[in-house]
Write a protein that binds this ligand. Structure first.
Ligand SMILES: *[C@@H]1O[C@H](CO)[C@@H](O)[C@H](O)[C@H]1NC(C)=O
Ligand SMILES: *[C@@H]1O[C@H](CO)[C@@H](O)[C@H](O)[C@H]1NC(C)=O
Length: 350
């Protein structure tokens, strides 16, 4: 059964890959219309216009070079530090795979996470695995950091370094390569958490209240802080700038905020398969939202107020009733963790 599923997944991935190749080859000779991220189907009048504009469109296509915010994907980025057997073990595949986005130099952040919410033995009864996903440091620092990272990895065995330049705008590559790792080495994980390294996470609430290990399987499940009705920022100086060439519409489809969202393993694989044939943009959470729209999947609202993209003051009982809070420095995590872990505090029933 496991083998069959694995074959199916690989079949799907390979066929998209080959499909993409075919499209590329055929694309040399045929024009498919505007290569934009317009994901909605064109209506018939637009289609008619499209046919009339064919020669012009073809010309545009030829002179076009990709926008710098369009990321190079799919592309065979290598796994430079890897743990192929991370998900193997006598108890089977993990219930939750945490893909934690960090930068190469974030040694302190990673250590704080290992000692707090990244600790895989916290939630008894379910198997949790974490991997820190990182890219390459700027060329000047490559040599120095390489040895440090190797040493860190020897000690903890939890780094997944991928061979692309680790920049803010390449974050989507980090997420997609994390999912590629999952497809290859951990395809049966029930849930995948994409999480940034500057958050507080409450694994117990996440597992028991949000994911519910004894609940029915939810193949289309994704939750987090849901943004609705947000539109692209058109100021080129802004961190979240979206050029019209890459996304023309005024509104993004609903998406789960980047600091942390959790989705079923099967949905993660479908997003990955779809990403092979889309323009990959640098806003990773928006990109996942665009994939969801294409797949016809709506984000599931989490328990009210359980994913926070803005920091609220730490209070033991409040924090026990939520899954994730964005905006924590490593020292702050370490400071509150001991109190958070104290079991004998009495909280009012939620
Ligand atoms: C993880 O938690 C266990 C007990 O729950 C503890 O013994 C262990 O030291 C912790 N690991 C780290 C890296 O802090
Ligand atoms: C992303 O990584 C690639 C491969 O290392 C690099 O060539 C490119 O400049 C990076 N892109 C951005 C936007 O940082």
């Amino acid at each position: 059964m496991k083998l069959i599923r694995r074959c199916l997944v690989w079949g799907a991935l390979l066929s998209t890959a080959f499909g993409g190749l075919l499209l590329l080859l055929v694309g040399q000779f045929v024009d498919f219309g505007t290569p934009s991220l317009d994901l909605l189907p064109l209506d018939s009048t637009e289609l008619a216009e499209d046919t009339l504009n064919l020669p012009l469109r073809k010309f545009e296509w030829q002179i076009q070079t990709p926008h710098p915010l369009q990321l190079k994907y799919p592309y065979p980025y290598p796994f430079l530090l890897n743990h192929p057997d991370k998900c193997e073990g006598p108890r089977g595949s993990p219930f939750l795979l945490m893909l934690v986005m960090t930068q190469p130099q974030d040694v302190g952040r990673r250590q704080a996470i290992r000692e707090t919410w990244g600790n895989e033995t916290l939630e008894l009864g379910v198997i949790i695995r974490h991997l820190f996903v990182l890219g390459l440091p700027p060329p000047l620092f490559t040599k120095e950091l390489h040895e440090l990272l190797q040493e860190e990895d020897r000690e903890h065995g939890d780094l997944l370094q991928v061979g692309f330049l680790d920049t803010y705008h390449n974050l989507t590559l980090k997420v997609l390569m994390g999912l590629e790792w999952m497809a290859q080495y951990c395809p049966d994980a029930r849930y995948v958490l994409k999480v940034d390294s500057d958050v507080f996470l409450n694994p117990s609430f996440l597992v028991q209240q949000v994911l519910q290990p004894n609940g029915p399987p939810r193949p289309d499940f994704i939750t987090g802080y849901i943004y609705r009705g947000k539109g692209p920022i058109r100021n080129p100086d802004h961190k979240w700038y979206m050029p019209p060439e890459l996304y023309l519409q005024d509104i993004y489809p609903p998406y789960c905020g980047g600091p942390g969202y959790v989705l079923s393993g099967s949905l993660a694989l479908r997003i990955l398969a779809l990403a092979q044939s889309l323009k990959v943009i640098s806003l990773e959470d928006v990109f996942v939202g665009l994939c969801l729209q294409q797949l016809g999947v709506k984000p599931t609202p989490p328990p009210p107020g359980s994913f926070l993209v803005f920091r609220i003051a730490y209070e033991h009982c409040v924090y026990h009733q939520l899954a994730l809070v964005h905006g924590f420095q490593p020292q702050e995590l370490l400071q509150i963790w001991q109190d958070f872990q104290t079991a004998n505090k009495i909280c009012p029933m939620a």
